[in-house]
Design a protein around this ligand. Sequence first.
Ligand SMILES: [Zn+2]
Length: 278
Amino acid sequence: MASHVVRVGDVEIMMLSDGMLEFDLCNFFPTIAEENWTPYEAHLHEHKVRFNLGSYLIRAGGRTVLIDTGLGPKPAETPDAPWGQLMNDFKAKSVRPDDIDMVVMTHLHRDHVGWNLKTEGGKYVPTFPRARYWMPKKDWDSCHDPALQPTRFVNAPQCVWPLADLGLVEFMNGEQSLTRELTAVPTPGHTPGHMSILVTSKGERALVLGDAAHSPVQVLEPDWVSRADMDPDLTRQTRKALIERLEREQILVAAGHFEAPGYGRIVRLEGRRYWKGL
Ligand SMILES: [Zn+2]
C-alpha cells in the first residue's frame, strides 16, 4: 500500500482514516444509469462505491493542522460499522489529539465534522483541546437553515453548533491564507461554502480536495454528480475547472474519499484525463 505520508517542500502531510462508508450505486449516484458504470467496474466493490473517510494531518512551520474529522464515534448499537476509527488511527500513527493547533473543515457534512467534540459530564468539550476550529462561513449559515439542516447537515447540532458556545469557531470567507503554507480555496457546489486547501512550500504544491470529487471515476466523468452534491450545476463547473487546473499545474492531490491514502495526480492520456495514484 502507498505511504500515508507525503512531503511537499518542508511540509509533511499524513493521511488518517476514520474507516470507510459504502453505498449502492443507485443510492449514491441516483442519476447515473447502472450500465454507465460498466467501464469502471475496477473502481467498484461488489457493485458498490466505497469511500475512505480520510483526514489529512499537516505539519507545517511548527504547527499541526487537521483537515476534516471523519464521521465520529460509532454508536454502541452498531458495533460492526466500518467507521469510527479516527482516534484509533491517531494512536496507531503516534499522533495525539493535543498535538493539533488547528482543525480545518472543508465543509460541514456529517463525515467531515464527526470527531470535533466529545461529551464529558454532560458537557461538550473539544476533542482537540488546543485547537481552534476553522469552517466555511457559508456552510455555517447553511447548517442553520431549517430547510437544509435536517437533511444536509444532520449532525451539525451536536458536532458543529456547540463549537460557537465554546468560543472556538473561526470562519473562512472566500480565498484566504490560513498559515504561511496553507490557503483555503473556494470550491463550491458540493456545499455552498465548500473549500479545498492548497499547500505550498519551496515551490511545491498539493491540494487537499475535500469532496470536490468522491471517486477517481469523476476525473473521467466530471459531470457525474452524487446525491450529496447540493448544487449539481455548480459542482460540475467547479470540478471541471479544478481538474483542469490540477492537471495543468501538476499539483499533487490528497483526496479523502478516494482509496486510501488518496494521493495522486491528474494526468492526460490520449486526450482524456485520468487519476493516477501515487
Ligand atoms: Zn464527504
